[in-house]
Design a protein around this ligand. Structure first.
Ligand SMILES: [Zn+2]
Length: 656
């Protein structure tokens, strides 16, 4: 095992993980050695006879666990983007062990006693020290021995259930896929799309994407096929209902152990929202107007259809109304959104205009799959900044959605520059150029906003590097980056016909922006319903159990005033991966919470002349480069010059 690539730092540029050398059998031994190494390091810190200082305690903890960190970073990145049966097995085995490992550190009484004695005058150190104290208390450091034992058992069971939930969901995307034998049933799709769905046995398989309203619902002309697709979507992975209910009950019990009335209260305590009441006050301002907007939209759709529509008709007729009202044809846009051009002349172009950074493809550096591309990013003066790794395509081995993750965290402590990754789920065409939908273009800019947050990080400690900020803050920079999608100078630069190079005709551009507020009622209700469902699951009282999760779901939506049969939650309980297998439990509200800051910041950019180097530098210096190294709302105030108001958000979503 001397050649296990995780045992030593990578010698590739920027310590990019050596994917070509990594084999499945390297993971378990590397996890094992990594955990053992870190436990020994922690034991040395905890049993030291020196007076506890920031340097010998907190900084020493930051330095610990290098092998484990390298291994886990690569493993979970590959498990999400390019998994195999072997990796899924390792994940099942390792997840509870990692939970035990993290408990062994945070429930170490001698270590905790030393952390409590550390003092420092340096603001960045003081902020990190506070984070450590908070992390330890929230992990149960102050509990009695029997309560800590119960906590360990709860954490382990939760981690197992969460892996089960995710794996069932990944299987369901193909096992519950829509299968048709006659291509006529796919009428509405173009020929290339139909061809890409064809299987060796002559059938056509449309896999499920991980949200309620499948994109195919906007195009498929056969109403019964739409119904089947919709029902497959909302009914997938039915075994996950029981797992979810069990997880919610365990989380409520854990919250009670830690002194909180509910899991929601526990979760928001270290977020920028801080209290359950603050979140509910904000959601309360949105529900009524959003449902009213959606009902108005439904009436227009029924008029267009000539009958009372069902949920599987919404996308289809809203596309028709959009075409009628704005003469907006989503399909007519796609030839202007070619993947490479969207990145090079759009996403990267906007970043160069704002921040002066440049991008150079590095074909000599590779990922875990041939479709992965690596770019080197440099500052305006040519100094190196980091690597950006892009994995754009969907594949059966990739989980749904789009996300950013770090492969290497920036920190001055280790002298490391960042390596960040974006994953998307764009269907790869059987041949020819990859043409994106408008939504996919938006997603590309969004995820790149997270990437910039990681790339621009200039902090001392890995714990607070880049996007290591509260969850209800992390979506804010990425949402701001979406403003450049339709910014005239940017759009004109990337939206060119993939064959002729002609710019997108002015009237298409006008329609695109005019149609932007269209269907906002649907989008807001779909999102809020998922948020309130997440909230209901995580406001269960300790000891309260849910015998019928589907009935619970319905009752929760009704109680929140958001039950509208035509617009179901963006995620139902059974495929709500954010909250049952991701880190977003009682945190799905974060997107709209962050959007308050986003809408304010977009106003600021507009007030100050938009796409300029001066604006980019100010945003980069005050906000993006600071990562989680200070109070996030202080960073926001430093950038904006005042507190955030909700008005710009209400206006943007047509809720004012
Ligand atoms: Zn995001």
């Amino acid at each position: 095992m001397a050649e296990n690539p995780f045992f030593a730092p990578s010698d590739l540029p920027y310590e990019l993980p050596p994917f070509a050398d990594i084999r499945e059998e390297h993971y378990l031994p590397a996890f094992e050695r990594g955990m053992a190494e870190q436990l020994a390091e922690v034991e040395a810190i905890a049993s030291s006879t020196e007076t506890p200082t920031f340097e010998n305690t907190i900084a020493a903890l930051e330095r610990s666990g290098r092998i484990l960190d390298r291994t886990a970073t690569v493993f979970f990145s590959v498990a999400a983007s390019n998994t195999t049966d072997g990796i899924m097995e390792i994940e099942k085995e390792i997840s509870p062990q990692l939970t035990r490992h993290s408990d062994a550190i945070r429930l170490n009484r001698a270590l905790w006693a030393r952390i409590k004695q550390v003092a420092t005058d340096d603001p960045e150190e003081a902020w990190l020290l506070e984070k450590y104290r908070d992390d330890f208390i929230r992990a149960g450091a102050d509990l009695s021995e029997p309560d800590q034992n119960r906590l360990r058992a709860l954490n382990e069971e939760l981690s197992k259930l969460s892996t089960q939930f995710a794996q069932a969901l990944l299987k369901a995307s193909t096992e519950s896929a829509l299968v048709v034998s006659d291509p006529k049933e796919l009428d509405g799709f173009d020929e290339a799309k139909i061809e890409s769905l064809r299987q060796d046995d002559g059938t056509y398989v449309l896999p499920l994407l991980n949200f309620t309203c499948q994109p195919g619902l906007a195009q498929l002309t056969d109403r019964d096929v739409r119904r089947r697709l919709y029902e497959l979507s909302v009914g997938r992975a039915p075994g996950n209902f029981a797992i979810a209910a069990r997880m919610a009950a365990l989380r409520a019990e854990r919250a009670a152990l830690l002194g909180f009335p509910t899991h929601a209260a526990y979760t928001v305590a270290d977020q920028t929202a801080k209290t359950v009441e603050a979140v509910e006050e904000m959601l309360g301002q949105l529900v009524g107007p959003a449902v009213r907007n959606a009902k108005r939209e439904a009436e227009a759709l029924a008029e267009q259809a000539g009958f009372d529509i069902e949920p599987w008709d919404w996308s289809y007729y809203s596309e028709k109304v959009r075409q009628a009202r704005y003469d907006f044809d989503g399909a007519a846009m796609r030839p202007y959104f070619e993947l490479n051009r969207v990145y090079r002349d759009g996403v990267f172009f906007a970043a160069t205009k704002l921040y002066g950074v440049t991008f150079t493809e590095r074909p000599d550096l590779g990922g875990y799959h041939p479709d992965v591309t690596v770019f080197e990013v440099a500052n305006e003066d040519g100094s190196p900044l980091g690597l950006f790794v892009l994995d754009p395509y969907a594949r059966p081995t990739k989980r749904g959605g789009a996300w950013m993750n770090n492969l290497v965290d920036q920190s001055f402590l280790f002298g490391q520059r960042p390596v960040v990754m974006n994953n998307l789920n764009i269907t790869k065409p059987a041949s020819g150029p990859t043409l994106l939908t408008y939504d996919e273009v938006n997603t590309a800019f969004h995820e790149f906003g997270h990437a910039l947050h990681g790339l621009f990080s200039q902090v001392r400690f890995p714990r607070v590097s880049g996007t290591s900020v509260p969850r209800d803050f992390v979506e804010y920079p990425s949402q701001v980056n979406e403003m450049w999608v339709t910014w005239p100078e940017v759009l004109a630069n990337y939206a060119k016909h993939h064959e002729t190079g002609e710019p997108m005709p002015a009237e298409l551009v006008e329609k695109l922006t005019a149609a932007e507020t269209f269907n906002q009622g649907f989008k807001t209700v779909e999102y809020l319903a998922a948020t309130l469902l997440d909230w209901a699951w995580h406001k269960l009282a300790p000891g309260e159990t849910v015998a019928d999760p589907e009935a619970f779901e319905q009752a929760a939506l009704e109680a929140a005033g958001i039950a509208f049969p035509l617009v179901r939650p963006r995620y139902r309980t059974n495929y709500f991966a954010h909250i049952f297998s991701g880190g977003y439990s009682a945190g799905y509200y974060s997107y709209i919470w962050s959007e308050v800051l986003d809408a304010e910041s977009v106003e600021w950019f507009k007030e100050n002349g938009g796409l300029t180097r001066a604006n980019g530098d100010h945003f980069r210096r005050e906000l993006l480069s600071r990562g989680g190294s200070l109070d996030p709302l202080t960073a926001f105030r430093n950038f904006r010059g005042r507190e955030a108001s909700i008005q710009p958000l209400l206006k943007r979503r047509g809720l004012d």
